[in-house]
Design a binder for this molecule. Structure first.
Ligand SMILES: [Zn+2]
Length: 194
């Protein structure tokens, strides 16, 4: 094996290790690395001390639009974009850094890690498949995850206008008339999404 291909393989292994440590499912590892399934399973067992869980990944875009998941997803996705645009990070490098920053921020805020790593990965895949878009909030100007092709002219985010029964997630695309006035932000996240 040439030193060049050895280096490339070491990078692949490092990527897999980073992803496993952050909680990636096997499907994420198989998609994002060139390593064999058997090797990935071995790595997974070594790092996590258990076999990778079986089962399908969550496939619906709706989860990302519900209230609290939307706030967390938007925070993560804005960070992911910024790392690529401003820092020149490559896609997976930006993904791992953005996820670490998100997890750190949630810990600092004393909040729950609503967005797991595999969900975060599904989120960027949905953007890459044009199933989701970022919509600018007309009140705070922050950018939030929304269904692709949804109208943006009167969009108000879940921080500026939380659901009346905050805590129970519900879809945002409902009539504005039956909403109560906006309450205080549940998390001080809004300034990071502008
Ligand atoms: Zn807003």
């Amino acid at each position: 094996m040439s030193s060049k291909s050895l280096l490339a393989e070491m990078r692949q292994v490092q990527l897999a290790i980073d992803l496993i440590e952050l909680g990636a499912r096997l499907q994420v590892l198989e998609t994002e690395t060139d390593l064999s399934r058997a090797r990935l399973i071995r790595l997974f067992k070594e790092i996590r001390g258990m076999s990778p869980p079986k089962g399908m990944l969550p496939f619906s875009t709706d989860w990302f639009i519900t209230w609290m998941p939307n706030i967390h997803s938007s925070l993560f996705y804005n960070t992911f974009l910024r790392l690529q645009k401003d820092q020149g990070c490559e896609r997976m490098e930006a993904f791992i850094s953005a996820y670490r920053l998100y997890a750190e921020q949630v810990e600092i805020d004393g909040a729950e890690t609503v967005l797991g790593l595999t969900r975060a990965w599904t989120l960027i895949r949905f953007f890459e498949s044009d199933l989701l878009q970022l919509s600018a909030c007309t009140r705070c100007a922050g950018h939030f995850v929304a269904h692709a092709h949804s109208p943006t002219h009167d969009y108000v985010c879940g921080i500026c206008q939380p659901p009346s029964r905050a805590g129970k997630t519900r879809k945002r695309q409902q009539s504005v008339a039956d909403r109560k006035p906006a309450k205080a932000s549940p998390l001080p996240l809004d300034h990071r999404m502008a």
